[in-house]
Design a protein around this ligand. Structure first.
Ligand SMILES: N[C@@H](CCC(=O)N[C@@H](CS)C(=O)NCC(=O)O)C(=O)O
Length: 225
């Protein structure tokens, strides 16, 4: 039975395509378009898993959601791959940090940003000024300092190694791909972060990344809204 990636366009599920291409794995892909109005996943995607979010993979009777659960499930099937450094490897802790910070710290900040954007768009015009003032204060006082600290750490780490956990690509880079691209689009990564910009360039030039883009058929992986 071949593993199937249920890929929602412009979404985090692109990372699973990149992972499978980097492993030269055998898999099928089914691409779903977002609902044109809500820009959420369509009903047939939502029916795939209890969460209704992307990514989802199916493998025989199994339907699995949640990015890092899927990454670990796939890597368990490729025990010899260097994409997940072993417990004693020198790059293990950097790997663990970025693999988990991507989902545990960065994605929630980005989600807040998206939710604030939606609120600002949807409130009546006479409330917009007030709402923007409140969301602006939360961004400046809470979200931006946290995101800037993460980008500064990425910049420092990428000053000492080619990828985030050493000189070889790991699944931490693959999971961080959506975050780095989105952080660049959102203006968190700027010309003041040459190492992060170099990382983005080398990601775009990576052969497995390019193969994943061909499967995806879209011009960018991230949802720009
Ligand atoms: N923590 C989850 C987050 C999943 C998530 O929010 N996915 C977005 C795609 S970027 C999604 O499904 N959006 C469409 C929707 O909620 O209908 C994961 O990593 O799998």
């Amino acid at each position: 039975m071949t593993l199937t990636v249920h890929h929602l366009e412009y979404s985090q599920s692109f990372r699973i395509l990149w992972l499978l291409e980097a492993l030269s794995a055998d898999y099928d892909v089914k691409v779903y378009e977002r609902d044109p109005k809500s820009r959420l996943a369509p009903a047939d995607y939502k029916a795939l898993s209890p969460l209704g979010t992307a990514p989802v993979i199916t493998d025989g009777d199994l339907a699995l959601a949640e990015t890092n659960a899927i990454v670990d499930y796939i890597l368990d099937k490729h025990p010899k791959s260097k994409l997940r450094p072993t417990a004693n490897a020198s790059n293990r802790t950097n790997y663990l940090f970025w693999f988990h910070a991507a989902q545990g710290s960065m994605m929630p900040i980005m989600l807040f940003g998206a939710v604030f954007g939606a609120i600002e768009k949807s409130v009546p015009f006479f409330l917009k000024g007030l709402i923007r003032k409140i969301t602006g204060q939360v961004k400046a006082g809470f979200l931006n300092p946290r995101m800037n600290a993460l980008i500064d750490k990425a910049e420092a780490d990428l000053g000492t190694s080619k990828w985030l956990a050493g000189d070889e690509l790991t699944a931490a880079d693959i999971v961080m791909s959506y975050n780095m691209e989105s952080s660049h689009n959102a203006g968190y990564i700027t010309d003041a972060h040459p190492n992060c910009l170099r990382w983005l360039e080398q990601m775009h030039a990576n052969a497995a990344f390019k193969a994943a883009m061909m499967k995806d058929g879209r011009e960018t992986m991230v949802f720009t809204g």
